[in-house]
Ligand binder design. Structure first.
Ligand SMILES: [Zn+2]
Length: 112
């Protein structure tokens, strides 16, 4: 996977965790989630975000605002964001060293 994509996937995962902790922090704390864990997560998020190319970051921000999920896996040649078929020509043309977007919904794609 392209290193930028790996960062974006990691970033998305972390932001999801942060959202979850923010929403039900008390609940999680009862389950043993450490105090200060959110702080650590935010720090890790900043660390990852600082390594993402600003161009990709602006896509990511726009897509997250629009869809909630900016980066989605391609499963069975389908974009799992919009379930549009990703033509095999697109896939074979896919340079693993490029960050690809779904031609239909614009989400950032990765092949897990
Ligand atoms: Zn799509």
């Amino acid at each position: 996977m392209h290193p930028q994509l790996q960062l974006l996937v990691a970033l998305q995962d972390m932001e999801e965790m942060i959202r979850e902790v923010e929403e039900k922090g008390d609940e999680l704390e009862g389950m043993g989630f450490k105090h200060g864990g959110l702080e650590d997560l935010r720090k890790a998020r900043e660390d990852v975000a600082s390594q993402v190319d600003p161009r990709h970051m602006s896509w990511y921000r726009r897509l997250t605002g629009k869809f909630g999920h900016a980066v989605v896996p391609v499963v069975n040649n389908l974009c799992t964001g919009c379930f549009n078929n990703i033509p095999s020509s697109f896939v074979s043309k896919t340079n693993v060293n490029k960050v690809q977007k779904c031609e239909s919904c614009g989400r950032i794609l990765y092949w897990p």
